[in-house]
Design a protein around this ligand. Structure first.
Ligand code: PLP
Length: 357
């Protein structure tokens, strides 16, 4: 069988979750939207369920997948409902629900619900994506209370630039949030991964770590706490063909890389159809039988080429780590002009193998 696979280390996942909780002293919703950033939402939820305070997903489809797999823990819908017709299912499965827009508030007022809802009322504190306008926030809170359909309200907002450690914007957003919630006594939730790791002075009863759970840093520079994360996914495959080429020979589509000396090239069963980024250029790091090496030429759909010239012990059948504990997904992302979030979410076709150790 094709040797490409993604190994998922569930012990590392738990380590990273605990790091988020211990460093903040807060309750933590493990964000497992988008199939746990490509890691498999059900398996990740099962691995975390004994210790997690709850989970967060993007939509009810993702939440139902968890319930169908037997996950009983709280599950927050980060964008709430997209249509009022979801409300009965939200009640039936006891999902927690973000309200980010006035139309959602109208829908709650107009729809009979069998049980009171658990609402996370989202403020737009400056990101200008979703969230209520500060001027509407207090009134929205009062309308929720007055609806008689709400058991609990958590006040939340989301940061646009918490990954920029020298940027004042997160603190400005906190100031907007504090002003908007003045006088309301409810729990709050502000911090995503970069804020958990990089903004210790921002308080948050509930934190919402996503990317850090998977062991990747949200920062583009070294950061102490991020250095304690353990990578969860190892994407690996094998060398399926070796070529010895003289200087001056082009490799792969477009001939974009030309051998500059006599070289040994390894062809690896991994391509952009597996989610390896097509934009990763020559020089992107790989690990071959425990030795550092590099990508050569253009990534194709099912294969890519690596440099074996200085890894003489490597050959046919050698193990290649595309990312994992030796080559960080964030490094691959930087080379490819993207972020580890997208690197993980793009994973497809390769089987995922889970381990507890
Ligand atoms: C995705 C998401 C998170 C998690 O973000 P990370 O940067 O991966 O930690 C937290 N909160 C909200 C509202 C989100 O949409």
């Amino acid at each position: 069988m094709r040797p490409a696979r993604a190994l998922i280390d569930l012990q590392a996942l738990r380590h990273n979750y605990q790091l988020a909780r211990e460093t903040t002293g807060a309750k933590a919703l493990a964000v497992i939207k988008a199939d746990a950033y490509g890691h498999g939402a059900v398996r990740c939820a099962q691995a975390l369920e004994a210790e997690a305070d709850g989970f967060a997903v993007a939509c009810i489809e993702e939440a139902l997948e968890l319930r169908e797999a037997g996950i009983r823990a709280p599950v927050l819908l980060l964008e709430g409902f997209f249509e009022a017709s979801e409300l009965p299912l939200i009640v039936e499965h006891d999902f927690w629900c973000v309200v980010h827009s006035l139309w959602q508030l109208d829908a709650i007022e107009q729809t009979p619900v069998a049980q009171p809802l658990n609402i996370w009322l989202k403020l737009d504190s400056g990101m200008h994506r979703v969230g209520l306008h500060p001027a509407d926030y207090q009134a929205a809170y009062q309308r929720l209370l007055a609806s008689g359909k709400v058991a609990k309200i958590v006040l939340m907002s989301h940061f646009a630039r918490a990954d920029e450690l020298d940027c004042a914007r997160s603190e400005e957003q906190v100031a907007v949030f504090e002003a908007a919630r003045k006088g309301l006594s409810a729990q709050i939730s502000l911090r995503n991964s970069p804020a958990v790791l990089g903004w210790p002075n921002i308080s948050s009863d509930w934190v919402r770590p996503g990317i850090l759970l998977y062991g990747a840093t949200p920062f583009d520079q070294p950061q102490a706490l991020a250095g304690r994360l353990k990578p969860v996914m190892t994407l690996e495959s094998k060398v399926i063909c070796v070529r010895e080429l003289p200087a001056g020979e082009p490799i792969g589509y477009g001939g974009g890389f030309v051998t500059d000396r006599a070289m040994r090239i390894g062809v690896v069963a991994m391509g952009y159809a597996d989610g390896y980024p097509r934009h990763a250029p020559t020089g992107t790091p790989v690990y071959i039988d425990g030795q550092p090496s590099r990508l050569l030429g253009r990534v194709s759909m099912d294969m890519l080429c690596v440099d074996l010239t200085d890894v003489p012990q490597a050959g046919l059948g050698s193990q290649v780590e595309l990312w994992g504990k030796n080559v960080l997904a964030s490094e691959v992302a930087t080379h490819a002009g993207t972020i580890p979030y997208q690197i993980f979410c793009n994973l497809r076709r390769v089987p995922r193998l889970y381990s507890e150790a």
